[in-house]
Every structure is written in structure tokens, then in C-alpha cells.
Design a protein around this ligand. Structure first.
Ligand SMILES: Nc1ncnc2c1ncn2[C@@H]1O[C@H](COP(=O)(O)OP(=O)(O)O)[C@@H](O)[C@H]1O
Ligand SMILES: [Mg+2]
Length: 224
């Protein structure tokens, strides 16, 4: 690492290999990067103002994206209704601009696929931008939103009451504009099952355990 590089911690997937250099971020590429770069360029072309710009590749073969000033949470937490509404509206705005774009192909939208609060930049405690598009791919609104609801509400956290989570789920989904919470919960459990599988496959026992307990909590308390 050169002296001008500042290590950015916080992420889990690429921990140790993401750095800030001036107003840019350097990240390793992966098999989805070509899609992601095109997608970030698309978002820039339509003047979406809440995602990083793709600036090219550096001499070390890393992607270069713009650094967005603000705070990125290190962990999940308890977000206020105001913050949940701001996040859901931002996700809605993001989904809306991807609907019908070439990169969505025959799908409804382009999903971010990792809409955790840990992939949002906050300014004055308000989520204002989305980062970490590594997993972006064509998909459906509800699939992306179900995962976002799980993480933004921290579903499965035993310290938050069932009634409060039911109420917050309505706050979140109504702010987005999806009213079929039963379908969303159904998809959330599918998403939890997918992560359990991925945890097994990639030998990430913490991920498996976390997704497993979230699935149990969701099935016990939210399933109809
Ligand atoms: N464009 C960006 N602007 C500001 N901070 C960023 C940006 N990209 C990454 N970061 C910082 O680097 C950390 C890790 O980046 P992220 O892209 O989320 O990687 P990972 O795939 O490991 O989760 C983030 O938590 C955030 O603090
Ligand atoms: Mg991340």
C-alpha cells in the first residue's frame, strides 16, 4: 500500500483491499465488474445523484470510483422511523431509474442485491447515497426490498420487540410504496435461506448462524 492510500475498513467482502486515494476509492474487480461499471456509467448518464461515479481502472488493475463524503455504518443498528423512511425512499428512487433500462434486460429492474445500511453513506444521520454495487444484477423490486427490510430493521435481533418490528416493516414498505407485506416476508425468508446456503458454500459459519437465526425469528413471528 502506498502512503497516499488510506485503508477503508467497514466492508466484509473485500476487507483489507479497499483504499481511498484522494477523492477516489480503489476496489478489486470480480466477475461482475464489467456489468457494474456499465451500470454506474448508466446511473451517471441519467444524473442519478446517489451513487459513486465509475472513473476507470488504475495501473494496478483496480476499479476507480468516486469517494462520497459522509459516514458509513460499520454494523447494523436500530434506525429511527425517519431514517427508515429516507432509506426506503432512496431505494425507491434508485429502483425507479433502473426500470426499463437496457441493463435490466427482461427483468423488472436492476437490483443492488446488498442494500444493507452498511452500504449507504449517511449525511447528518440521513442515508443519502448507495455504495458497493458488486452484486448488482437484473431482478425484481420486491427481491431487493425484502433483503433491505431485513437488514435495515435488523430482523432477528431479539432486543427489538415483535410488535415494533411489525410496525417498522409497515413504515419501511409504505415509504417505498409496496403494500404486500406478506409477499415481502415470504421473499425475505427465501433470501435468508439463500444466505444460509451461501454461508455453507463459502465456509462462513458466522453468516450461516446469523441468517439461520433471522430465518427462525421471521418464521416464528412474521409468517402468516
Ligand atoms: N464510493 C465510496 N465512497 C465512500 N466510502 C466508500 C466508497 N466505497 C467504499 N467506501 C468505504 O469502504 C468500505 C468498504 O467498501 P464496500 O464497497 O462496501 O466493500 P465490501 O464489498 O467489502 O463491503 C465501506 O464500508 C465504506 O466505508
Ligand atoms: Mg459493503
Amino acid at each position: 500500500m502506498q502512503s497516499s492510500e488510506i485503508l477503508l475498513t467497514g466492508g466484509k467482502t473485500n476487507l483489507g483491499s479497499i483504499v481511498r486515494v484522494g477523492d477516489t476509492v480503489r476496489r478489486p474487480i470480480n466477475s461482475n465488474s464489467t456489468f457494474v461499471h456499465e451500470f454506474l456509467q448508466y446511473l451517471e448518464s441519467i444524473k442519478f445523484d446517489a451513487s459513486p461515479y465509475f472513473l476507470g481502472m488504475d495501473e494496478q488493475g483496480r476499479e476507480v470510483i468516486s469517494y462520497i463524503e459522509g459516514e458509513v455504518p460499520l454494523n447494523l443498528g436500530y434506525y429511527s422511523d425517519e431514517q427508515l423512511v429516507a432509506a426506503a425512499k432512496l431505494i425507491r428512487r434508485f429502483h425507479d431509474v433502473t426500470e426499463g433500462c437496457k441493463l435490466a434486460g427482461s427483468e423488472e429492474i436492476v437490483c443492488h442485491n446488498d442494500l444493507s445500511p452498511c452500504n449507504f453513506v449517511f449525511i447528518n444521520d440521513k442515508p443519502t447515497s448507495i455504495i458497493d454495487f458488486d452484486m448488482a444484477a437484473p431482478g425484481t423490486r420486491i427481491f431487493d426490498l425484502a433483503y433491505a427490510a431485513w437488514l435495515w430493521l435488523d430482523i432477528g435481533n431479539e432486543e427489538i420487540s415483535v410488535n415494533d418490528q411489525k410496525r417498522r416493516l409497515i413504515v419501511f414498505t409504505e415509504a417505498y410504496g409496496i403494500y404486500n407485506t406478506n409477499l415481502l416476508i415470504e421473499i425475505m425468508t427465501k433470501r435468508q435461506s439463500i444466505l444460509i446456503e451461501e454461508g455453507h458454500r463459502h465456509q462462513k459459519p458466522c453468516m450461516t448462524k446469523w441468517a439461520q437465526s433471522a430465518l427462525e425469528w421471521t418464521t416464528r413471528n412474521l409468517h402468516q
